[in-house]
Design a protein around this ligand. Structure first.
Ligand code: CAA
Length: 258
């Protein structure tokens, strides 16, 4: 795969997508969205890949949608580009686990893309924000919706109405970030984490992800029912038998992804 705005690599069973517009702080232009969508399509259909990492560089995960490319757009053009919303939400639609490895700025669309991953492992220099209001617009790819579900109304309103940034400690306390790691280690930790997830039974991992996602979309009682049905269904997998047998026999399980 050869791209201009991203770099795609495969390390064992982990696919890595790195935003590659360092001069523009990895601002998200239409070409980048198109390439990100293509890369995710490819990694998702590759049976050798079991988990995906999306990352940027040390200065910026992504500093938001590309303001230069967007500044003269008209309402009609934005509306006509509605079809692109499939690209904007492509990460959330991925059925394989996706980790955001975030260093530096994750602002506007950058914060929104990080939030559409399954979880965020952040470097100690990471900063998160929805500064759209400061440039005369508002979040457009989940900033008012995912952020509110992740950190609650008070912090989401504060962030979206003032455009202020959260440092990584505040982001972790608020539940936006799952782990904070030193800048020189965060990617390694994300890669080890992705490899660990990739070592588990893939159909089981898929059901776990589906169940956690259901928590944000349904009532508690519906979510509990969904979870129970999915839990029951793991007993149809050879991997459940192998996992429990291996525990009893005090050895590592050899999952076969079936
Ligand atoms: N779009 C286009 N270019 C951007 C950019 C963006 N979102 N963010 C940074 N850049 C560019 C700058 O224009 C600059 O380019 P030049 O060197 O050619 O001048 C380069 O990246 C470096 O940026 P700065 O000189 O500004 O670096 P800094 O360290 O002083 O500040 C920053 C860094 C705080 C991230 C600052 O660049 C900034 O505030 N960026 C804009 C953040 C923003 O408003 N994002 C929201 C975008 S709208 C959106 O995302 C809508 C949506 O929900 C879909």
């Amino acid at each position: 795969m050869s791209f201009n705005t991203i770099i795609v690599e495969k390390k064992q069973s982990v696919g890595i997508i790195t935003f590659n517009r360092p001069k523009a702080m990895n601002a998200l232009c239409p070409a980048l969205f198109a390439e990100l969508t293509e890369a995710l399509d490819e990694l998702e259909s590759d049976d050798a890949i079991a988990a995906i990492i999306i990352t940027g560089d040390d200065r910026a995960f992504a500093a938001g949608a590309d303001i230069g490319e967007m500044s003269e757009s008209t309402y009609q053009q934005m509306l006509a580009n509605e079809s692109l919303s499939g690209q904007w939400d492509r990460i959330a639609l991925c059925r394989k686990p996706v980790i955001a490895a975030v260093a530096g700025y994750a602002l506007g669309g950058g914060c929104e893309l990080a939030m559409s991953c399954d979880f965020i492992i952040a470097a100690d220099n990471a900063k998160f924000g929805q500064p759209e209001v400061t440039i005369g617009t508002m979040p457009g790819i989940g900033g008012t919706q995912r952020l509110t579900r992740l950190v609650g109304k008070a912090k989401a309103m504060d962030m979206c109405l003032t455009g202020r940034m959260m440092d990584v400690q505040e982001a972790e306390r608020a539940g936006l970030v799952s782990r904070i790691e030193p800048l020189d280690k965060y990617f390694e930790v994300a890669l080890d984490t992705a490899k660990q997830i990739a070592s588990f039974s893939r159909p089981v991992v898929k059901l776990v992800k589906e169940a956690v996602d259901a928590a944000l979309e349904t009532t508690l009682s519906q979510g509990m029912k969904t979870e129970r049905r999915l839990f029951h269904s793991t007993f149809a997998f050879e991997d459940q038998k192998e996992g429990m047998k291996a525990f009893i026999e005090k050895r590592k399980p050899a999952f076969k992804n079936r």
